[in-house]
Design a protein around this ligand. Structure first.
Ligand code: NI
Length: 135
């Protein structure tokens, strides 16, 4: 029997969506307000889910404390109160769209989760806009 367990988390970050190789007109047309050169912020909400068999000894799929600490050390410490474009190496050459951020988060967590567990990350950029990645 597989069970999916989920932990919510949260971080604030600033970003700007643009391509250096496009001119201002095209960046404004495609990215609109998100191309503001002075950046803008989001309250990102995160749902990290791990799916797998229940360990018969502990009764856990994954120890929630371990998952909580992992999200703090790998994601919150790396992204919270950061300017994604300027301060987070993964976005030096990668547009920090919600789609790209969710993949970066997944890739940061994946090595720390048992390979026999499935991982899924849902990232809310606004209460109405969210993206999902599960590898
Ligand atoms: Ni934005």
């Amino acid at each position: 029997m597989k069970v999916k367990v989920s932990r919510k988390a949260h971080f604030n970050a600033a970003h700007r969506l643009y391509r250096k190789d496009w001119d201002d007109n095209k960046n404004n047309r495609i990215f609109g307000k998100c191309n503001n050169p002075n950046f803008h912020g989001h309250n990102y909400e995160l749902v990290v889910s791990v799916t797998g068999e229940i360990d018969p000894e502990t009764g856990f799929v994954i120890d929630m404390k371990i998952l909580k600490d992992l999200i703090r050390s790998e994601i919150e410490d790396a992204l919270d109160h950061k300017n994604l474009n300027l301060e987070v190496p993964e976005f030096k050459e990668l547009n920090p769209t919600a789609e790209n951020i969710v993949i970066v988060i997944y890739n940061k967590l994946r090595p720390h989760i048992d390979s026999n567990r499935e991982l899924e990350v849902v990232l809310y950029e606004t209460p109405r806009n969210f993206v999902t990645y599960n590898g």
